[in-house]
Design a protein around this ligand. Structure first.
Ligand SMILES: NC(=O)C1=CN([C@@H]2O[C@H](COP(=O)(O)OP(=O)(O)OC[C@H]3O[C@@H](n4cnc5c(N)ncnc54)[C@H](O)[C@@H]3O)[C@@H](O)[C@H]2O)C=CC1
Ligand SMILES: Nc1nc(O)c(N)c(N[C@@H]2O[C@H](COP(=O)(O)O)[C@@H](O)[C@H]2O)n1
Length: 244
């Protein structure tokens, strides 16, 4: 099998349009052939093969920030770092340039033992939370190096993605990679705030008890500028949601 060519990602721009007051948003995740992103009861699955996982890490190095929901932190305890070497990247990209981790955590359920707040974590997380969070918990998490940032709620009682993006822009974040999980993927697909969509499809079936990528009707998203890339045994779809 020929070695994959990653130019389709390395050369892609994830910069916002000129004058935008919000970062470029890339929604990306890995799913099975039956549309699942995790196993029964949310069991973390390594769906991506080595080649598409490398593509995910190229995306991480090309974005200023990386975001997951608190469900993913509690379930997967992710590091959200770049694990590449300089041999994997052109000279203008630095494998030590880790994205800023951002967490959506309405009720401050973020655990003190999370890898993201360990000394080995290169950047401590920014945790966005709701207006009625526990101020003592906020102090505890800030003592671990996290930044805790209150945010308004939307009409569904979730953290407002529009305000989140405006806040991140204020903090000089110009590109945001959203990795999941299911609730966050669904919210972003419904929001119309996604600029780039990057989906890894792995040739496996998880079965009916797995967690679907999308957990609520999102209408029929339409995509434009679609391309497909074979990465080992996986296929990566790169597209832009069509904005009407
Ligand atoms: N295969 C893949 O690429 C990935 C798989 N996963 C899987 O996803 C699962 C976790 O998914 P979920 O439980 O759905 O948790 P999640 O990671 O989507 O977090 C959801 C939580 O985020 C908070 N939140 C605040 N504002 C929100 C908003 N506007 N929209 C949505 N959520 C908001 C809420 O407290 C909500 O309960 C795990 O099983 C994990 O393994 C997670 C990331 C990537
Ligand atoms: N691209 C991709 N492929 C998979 O098969 C996955 N399970 C994920 N999961 C995401 O990566 C996070 C783990 O990141 P670290 O390796 O700990 O840095 C996990 O929480 C999901 O967001 N992604």
């Amino acid at each position: 099998m020929p070695a994959p060519d990653y130019q389709f990602l390395l050369q892609r721009s994830f910069a916002p349009v000129a004058g935008a007051a919000s970062p470029h948003v890339t929604l990306t995740f890995a799913q099975s052939l039956d549309g699942k992103i995790a196993g029964a009861h949310g069991k973390q699955l390594i769906l991506s093969g080595a080649e598409s996982m490398k593509a995910t890490h190229i995306l991480r190095v090309k974005h200023d920030a990386i975001m997951v929901g608190i469900g993913t932190v509690l379930n997967d305890d992710p590091r959200l770092t770049v694990r590449l070497t300089s041999d994997d990247l052109p000279s203008e990209l630095d494998p030590n340039d880790h994205p800023q981790p951002v967490i959506l955590d309405s009720k401050l359920r973020f655990p003190s033992t999370a890898k993201l707040t360990l000394p080995a974590s290169p950047k401590k997380p920014w945790i966005f939370t709701g207006p009625d969070h526990d101020p003592i918990r906020k102090q505890e998490l800030e003592a671990l190096g996290a930044k805790v940032l209150p945010l308004e709620l939307d009409s569904n009682g979730n953290l407002s993605l529009k305000h989140l993006l405006a806040k991140l822009h204020e903090f000089s974040i110009r590109s945001l990679m959203v990795e999941g999980g299911a609730s966050v993927i669904t919210s972003f697909l419904k929001s119309g705030l996604v600029d780039s969509f990057v989906l890894t499809v792995a040739p496996v079936y998880v079965g009916k008890d797995g967690i679907g990528a999308v957990n609520d009707a999102v209408g029929t998203p339409k995509f434009v500028d679609i391309s497909y890339h074979t990465l080992g045994r996986d296929v990566m779809m790169v597209a832009k949601p069509h904005r009407v």
